[in-house]
Design a protein around this ligand. Structure first.
Ligand code: PLP
Length: 400
C-alpha cells in the first residue's frame, strides 16, 4: 500500500532535483567559502547563486539582504534578539497568541528574564488578528513586531504588509515568520515595510537544518552569533554549503511551481475538505476560509480525540497531524485553537491535512474513503459523543 503523506506543513520531501544539485558539494566541491584558493572560490560562487535565487523568490531588492541560517527557529530568534539589541530605549515586543513556539517561547523567556515587555495580540474564532488591540499595542517603546505571514496549524494568512506599515508609523522594526508562506503564496518585499522575514528550507522541498533571514537594507541589525566574518559579519559560522545550494534550487523550483500551488494543490485541498464535510457529520473547518494557505485544511471532528484519528489513519498508511498538540498526560489542545476559542469538544478532535505538489487525487480519495468509518468507530467509543445531547449530535456542518 502506497503511503499517503499529508503532513507537508511539518516537513516536505526533498525534491529529487534539489538532491542532485546538492550532491557535488559533498564530494568534488567540498571547499570552505572563506578560503582564498580555487576550492573556496567555486563554493563562494554557489553561495552567491543561491542568494540570487532566494532574492528572486522573495522579490527582494538586493541579494545581500539574505542571511543564511540553520532554519526557521534560528531566523526567528535572531530577528527578535537583534531588534532588541539594536535599539536602546525600546524594550517592548508585539506578537500574536498564535505564533510558532520559535517566536512564542523566546518572547516568554525575554519577558520572564525582564528583558522585554511583550504584547500578545489575540485572534477571533477564524484566527484573524485583533487589529484594534494591535494598533493600541504600538508605541515608540516597541523594538519589534513579530507577526507570522501564515499560521502553521490553520493556514490563516495575516495582512502583514498593512501591519508592517502601522509598525513603521511608530518607528518599530517589523519581522514576519513566513516559514509556512514562502513557496506557497507570492511574496514581494522590495516595496514593502517588512524589515525582516524568516524562512526554512524543509518547508519548501529543501533539506532540514537550513534557512534564511531576510533583513532589509538599512534596517537596524546586530548579529546574534559572533565569530568569523561569514555573511558579512551578520551570522558567524562556516556555512552549510550543500544545504544552502539545495535551498537556492528549491527557491527556483518554488517560483516555477507557484501557479500549481495556487491551482492544482488548492483544488486537491478543496476536494478533500468538501468531501469530508459532506460525509462526516459534526465537523467544521478551523481558520479563515477567505484567506488561507492553498495547501492547508484543518478540520475539527467533534467528540473524538485527534490522536485516535491519527493512529487509525496511520494504520491505513495516511500521515496527517493533530491540531491539538497533546503531550502525553496532558490533554491541552493547541495554543492556536485555544486562542481561537474553538470549543473543547472540537479542538480535541482537530486534524491538519497539509498537501504539497507531491500529492495526487488518489491520495485525497484514499483519505475520503477511510475517514468516515474511522470517525464513526471512534465516536461509538467516545463518552463525549454518548453524552452529547440530541441537538449537538444533529449539528450540521457550517460549510457543507
Ligand atoms: N515557524 C513556523 C511557522 C513553523 O511552522 C516552523 C516549523 O514548523 C518554524 C517556525 C521552525 O522552523 P525550523 O523547523 O526550520 O526551525
Amino acid at each position: 500500500m502506497k503511503a499517503v503523506y499529508l503532513d507537508n506543513n511539518a516537513t516536505t520531501r526533498v525534491d529529487p532535483s534539489v538532491v542532485e544539485t546538492m550532491l557535488p558539494f559533498f564530494t568534488e566541491q567540498f571547499g570552505n567559502a572563506s578560503s582564498i584558493h580555487a576550492f573556496g572560490a567555486s563554493v563562494g560562487g554557489a553561495l552567491k547563486t543561491a542568494r540570487k535565487q532566494l532574492q528572486e523568490l522573495l522579490g527582494a531588492a538586493h541579494d545581500h539582504e539574505i542571511i543564511y541560517t540553520s532554519g526557521g527557529t534560528e531566523s526567528d530568534n535572531t530577528a527578535i534578539l537583534s531588534a532588541l539589541e539594536a535599539q536602546a530605549g525600546r524594550d517592548e515586543i508585539v506578537t500574536s497568541k498564535v505564533e510558532h513556539p520559535a517566536v512564542l517561547a523566546l518572547c516568554q523567556h525575554l519577558e520572564k528574564t525582564g528583558r522585554a515587555k511583550v504584547h500578545y495580540i489575540g485572534v477571533d474564532s477564524f484566527g484573524r488578528l485583533d487589529l484594534e488591540a494591535y494598533r493600541s499595542a504600538l508605541s515608540d517603546k516597541v523594538a519589534v513586531v513579530s507577526i507570522m505571514w501564515a499560521n502553521n496549524e490553520t493556514g490563516t494568512i495575516f495582512p502583514v504588509e498593512g501591519l508592517a506599515d502601522l509598525a513603521k508609523g511608530v518607528g518599530a522594526l517589523f519581522h514576519t515568520d513566513a516559514v509556512q508562506a514562502v513557496g506557497k503564496v507570492p511574496v514581494s518585499l522590495k516595496d514593502s515595510s517588512i524589515d525582516m522575514l524568516s524562512l526554512s528550507g524543509h518547508k519548501l522541498h529543501a533539506p532540514k537544518g537550513v534557512g534564511a533571514l531576510y533583513v532589509k537594507r538599512g534596517a537596524r541589525f546586530k548579529p546574534v552569533f559572533r565569530g568569523g566574518h561569514q555573511e558579512r559579519g551578520r551570522r558567524a559560522g562556516t556555512e552549510n554549503i550543500p544545504g544552502i545550494v539545495g535551498l537556492g534550487k528549491a527557491a527556483e523550483l518554488a517560483i516555477q511551481h507557484m501557479a500549481e500551488e495556487q491551482g492544482r494543490v488548492k483544488d486537491l485541498r478543496d476536494r478533500l475538505e468538501k468531501a469530508i464535510l459532506q460525509r462526516v457529520p459534526n465537523c467544521f473547518v478551523n481558520g479563515d476560509l477567505n484567506d488561507r494557505l492553498p495547501n492547508t485544511c484543518n478540520v475539527a471532528f467533534e467528540y473524538v480525540e485527534g490522536e485516535g484519528i491519527l493512529l487509525h489513519l496511520n494504520r491505513v498508511g495516511i500521515a496527517a497531524s493533530s491540531g491539538s498538540a497533546c503531550t502525553s498526560g496532558s490533554l491541552e489542545p493547541s495554543h492556536v485553537l485555544r486562542a481561537m476559542n474553538i470549543p473543547f469538544t472540537a479542538a480535541h478532535g482537530s486534524i491538519r491535512f497539509s498537501l504539497s505538489r507531491d500529492n495526487s487525487v488518489e491520495d485525497v480519495d484514499r483519505v475520503v474513503e477511510a475517514l468516515p468509518g474511522i470517525i464513526e468507530k471512534l465516536r461509538a467509543l467516545s463518552p463525549f459523543w454518548a453524552g452529547a445531547d440530541k441537538e449537538a449530535r444533529d449539528f450540521k456542518p457550517l460549510y457543507a
